[in-house]
Design a protein around this ligand. Structure first.
Ligand code: F6P
Length: 544
């Protein structure tokens, strides 16, 4: 048994769970008309409603006691003060420094002047490209930017660029290539002209196979479609922490935008990794994005735990995962511009907290990150909501939506939000046997058919959802929303005693891919792996 599951705060929650599990959510609402006032929080224009979870005031008090037992406040202070809390890599975790307005120290040195210096470098470059002052080799302004990166060097920038499309420049299109599947690069380059295309090679380590392979192929395309070796410097820039690898690739140090080892890949969109975002939306909007995150940081740092949005979002997740057995969590944005938000959160949550051992190297006896997935509403309603309403799995979900649309055409937005509210209410209430029977009677269905239909039309309800509403999806609000989730992940990591800033689990696949590639390059039949892997590789070799 682990220290956590033996601890008083954990045991108190365990003892409390059966009491809450007896109540259907609709009964909790019937018993207390003030649940919304008690179990929702407002920060700036972001409303967080967690009333549709099986909680009462005692639950919240017990969850807060768990947070205090795990020294959450102390961990928050440690993160903000540059302690090396990523202990397996001996690094601080200071994405907050990228948007901070106060000094932040690493090894006794204030990093903010360096952060500002890079931000100025980005500002000069972005302004020169967007204004057309910086031109390609034929003297034409750049019209297309291709960001080549993967994981944290892709998902954050893609998600934000898509989310803030209404703020994008009509003169510059930003494209993203991440997959090593040559189809993505080919389809992207097919539409582009080398003389008006700028490539950003984004990789923290500058050793990632996918990115380096795509970057080499992009350079080859550039050189075989009109560009020359001398033009490379004008058309290729890099974002990385690894200057020597960047130079080895052929990009001069002056065309490199640096960042630091204390910025985790999945926390890096605020750094120079955000260059494609800034290219798309301009520096003023990029600054608003940072400002939104900064405001959430300050709130996270100083708000009392019970009024703290990231803390409450994290603790509600703990309640569901560890005490109600939820292993699957859906992210359901009712906003088409947030269509990559679930994919972004997948990496943020699953790469950070998808772990099996504690900071001290002990194997857990409790669950950690759920499987995170999702799609925008209302599309998901016509695909997988059937399982949410009547399936056998326990799934929790976050519903997100703006009150105002960027495109207030006809009745669309009200209909969209009507669906949001209807779904969260239906998931909570369900439809019981007597309600279904009355409905079938009122529809004049004969008794024999009624009996047969009745069980199919029952919805158990009692499905937990969190709702997040905000005024409008603008750069500042998006910055706050992303930081909300970053800190939620941190809160959960503290409860679970996980280091959320390393990702050793992705190494095995990388190592094996290297070995398998060398086997694929041989002409002989492969027999050095298990029979399934041998069989698959030999079939591929015969048919490639
Ligand atoms: O997949 C593992 C990972 O290390 C992620 O954490 C990271 O975001 C991604 O690869 C890309 O890494 P890099 O920016 O170094 O190319």
């Amino acid at each position: 048994m682990s220290t956590l599951t033996q601890s008083p705060a954990w045991r108190a929650l365990q003892a409390h769970q059966p009491i809450m599990a007896q109540h259907h959510l609709r009964d909790l609402f019937n018993q207390d008309p003030h649940r919304f006032d008690k179990f929702s929080l407002l920060f700036n224009d972001i409303l967080l409603d967690y009333a549709k979870h099986p909680v009462n005031q005692q639950t919240i008090d017990l969850l807060l006691a768990l947070a205090r037992q795990q020294h959450l406040e102390n961990w928050i202070t440690r993160m903000f003060s540059g302690d090396k809390i990523n202990q397996t890599e001996h690094r601080a975790a200071l994405h907050i420094a990228l948007r901070a307005a106060h000094p932040v120290f690493v090894d006794g040195v204030d990093v903010i002047p360096e952060v500002k210096q890079v931000l100025q470098q980005i500002t000069r470059f972005v302004n020169a490209v967007r204004s057309g002052e910086k031109k390609g080799y034929s003297g034409k302004a750049f019209t297309d930017i291709v960001n080549i990166g993967i994981g944290g060097s892709d998902l954050g920038p893609v998600m934000v660029t898509e989310a803030l499309k209404p703020y994008g420049s009509p003169h510059i299109s930003v494209h993203f290539v991440s997959n090593i599947d040559g189809s993505q690069l080919s389809e992207t380059l097919r539409q582009l002209n080398p003389d008006t295309t700028l490539f950003i090679i984004a990789s923290k380590t500058f050793t990632t196979q996918e990115t380096i392979t795509n970057a080499n192929s992009a350079r080859h395309w550039f050189l075989t479609h009109g560009g020359s070796d001398n033009d490379i410097a004008m058309h290729f820039v890099a974002v990385s922490t690894n200057q020597s690898a960047v130079e080895q690739f052929g990009i001069h140090a002056e065309n490199m935008f640096p960042f630091w080892d204390w910025v985790g890949g999945r926390y890096s969109l605020w750094s120079a990794i955000g260059l494609p975002i800034a290219m798309a939306i301009g520096m003023e909007n990029f600054s608003s994005l940072l400002a939104g995150a900064r405001e959430m940081d300050q709130h996270f740092m100083i708000a009392p735990l019970e009024k703290n949005l990231p803390v409450m979002l994290g603790l509600i997740g703990i309640w569901q995962i560890n005490f109600f057995g939820v292993t699957s969590h859906a992210i359901l944005p009712y906003d088409q511009y947030l269509h990559r938000f679930p994919a972004y959160l997948q990496q943020l949550e699953m790469e950070s907290n998808g772990k099996r051992i504690t900071r001290d190297g002990e194997v857990f006896d409790y669950n950690t990150s759920p499987v995170v997935w999702g799609e925008p509403g209302t599309n998901g309603q016509h695909a997988f909501y059937q399982l949410l309403h009547q399936g056998t799995q326990s799934v929790s979900a976050d519903f997100l939506a703006p009150c105002q649309s960027h495109h207030p055409i006809g009745n669309h937005h009200r209909l969209l939000l009507a669906n949001f509210f209807a779904q969260t209410e239906a998931l909570m209430r369900g439809k019981n046997e007597s309600e279904v029977r009355n409905e079938l009677i009122s529809q004049g269905i004969p008794e024999a058919s009624r009996k047969a239909l009745l069980p199919h039309k029952i919805f158990p309800g009692n499905h937990p959802t969190t709702s997040i509403l905000f005024k409008k999806l603008d750069p500042k609000t998006l910055g706050s929303l992303i930081a909300l989730y970053e800190h939620k992940v941190f809160v959960q990591s503290v409860i679970w005693n996980i280091n959320p800033f390393d990702q050793w689990g992705v190494e095995l696949g990388k190592q094996l891919a290297g070995k398998i590639l060398s086997d694929l390059n041989q002409t002989e039949t492969v027999n050095s792996h298990d029979s399934s892997t041998n069989g698959l590789m030999n079939y591929f070799k015969a048919n490639q």
